[in-house]
Write a protein that binds this ligand. Structure first.
Ligand code: APR
Length: 229
C-alpha cells in the first residue's frame, strides 16, 4: 500500500513548538507578513534573520513526541511506499528516526545563498553574516519558503499523490495552499483520505474520515491499526 502523509505545525505542538494560527493571529508576537514574506525580509532583514535565528536556537529545547515517533515506525514498515511530506521547518521528524522527509516549506537547519543559490546545511546564527558554505560570500537567508514563493519538491509530491492508496493529513489547519489542496488531488486519483487533527480543519469535509484529538494520541493509534490490521 502506498501512503502519503502530510504534517503541519500541529504535530509539533505537543513538543512545545508553537503553531502559526494562534488566536491572536501572531507568530511569536510578529505579524506573519513581517517575518514570512520576501517583502518583509527586504524591509527589515535584521528582524527576519533574528526571528529565524531564535526559532533555530529553540530547536535545542524541544524533542520529538509520540506522533513523530509513530511516523518513523511507519517508515520502517513501509519503506519507499511512504512519502512523508511536512510543512514544518523543524527537524523533529528526523530526530524521531524518519530518514526520507520531504520539507516542502524548507528547513531551519539549512541556508539559502542569495548570491549563488545554493542550499547548505546550517547551524548557528545568520545575523552576523556568516559566509555561504558554497561560494564563501555572506549573503545567506533562511532556507524557508515564504508566502508568495514556490514550495519545494512539488513534482515529486504530485506524483506521489497520484499514485497513493491512502492520504493522511496530520496537524494542519488546511489554510495554506498548495498543501491544503493535496487531499482533493489524492482523492481525485482514487486514494482514501483521513484527517488527524485537534479540531476540524478548514478542509475537513474533503476527507473520507476525520478523527479529532491530540496528534500524540491519534497518530500512534492509527499507525498501529495500519501495520497490525
Ligand atoms: N494535535 C493535533 N493537531 C493540533 C494540535 C495537536 N496537539 N495542536 C494544534 N493542532 C492543529 C490546530 O488545530 C490547527 O488546525 O494543528 C493545526 C495547526 O495549524 P497552523 O498553525 O495553521 O499550521 P499549518 O497548517 O502547519 O500552517 C501551514 O502556514 O504559516 C504557514 O508556512 C507556514 O507551514 C506553515 C503553513
Amino acid at each position: 500500500m502506498k501512503v502519503v502523509v502530510l504534517t503541519g505545525a500541529g504535530i509539533s505542538a505537543e513538543s512545545g513548538v508553537p503553531t502559526f494560527r494562534d488566536a491572536d493571529g501572531l507568530w511569536e508576537g510578529h505579524r506573519v507578513e513581517d517575518v514570512a514574506t520576501p517583502e518583509g525580509f527586504l524591509a527589515d532583514p535584521e528582524l527576519v534573520l533574528r526571528f529565524y535565528d531564535e526559532r533555530r536556537a529553540a530547536l535545542a529545547h524541544v524533542g520529538p513526541n509520540p506522533a513523530h515517533v509513530g511516523l518513523a515506525a511507519l517508515e520502517r514498515v513501509l519503506g519507499d511506499d511512504l512519502m512523508l511530506v511536512t510543512q514544518n521547518i523543524d527537524d523533529l521528524h528526523e530526530r524521531a528516526g524518519s530518514h526520507r522527509v520531504v520539507h516542502m516549506h524548507g528547513e531551519l537547519l539549512s541556508s539559502l545563498c542569495v548570491r549563488c543559490g545554493r542550499r547548505t546545511p546550517f547551524q548557528g546564527d545568520m545575523l552576523g553574516a556568516p559566509p555561504c558554505g558554497s561560494c564563501g560570500k555572506g549573503d545567506l537567508r533562511p532556507d524557508v519558503v515564504w508566502f508568495g514563493e514556490i514550495p519545494y519538491h512539488m513534482d515529486e509530491i504530485v506524483d506521489a499523490l497520484v499514485e497513493c492508496d491512502l492520504f493522511v493529513s496530520i496537524g494542519t489547519s488546511g489554510a495554506v495552499y498548495p498543501a491544503a489542496g493535496f487531499v482533493q488531488q489524492a482523492r481525485a486519483y482514487g486514494a482514501r483520505t483521513l484527517e488527524l487533527n485537534l479540531v476540524a480543519s478548514e478542509g475537513t469535509h474533503f476527507f473520507h474520515e476525520a478523527r479529532h484529538g491530540r496528534a500524540g494520541d491519534l497518530v500512534p493509534r492509527w499507525v498501529d491499526e495500519l501495520v497490525n490490521p
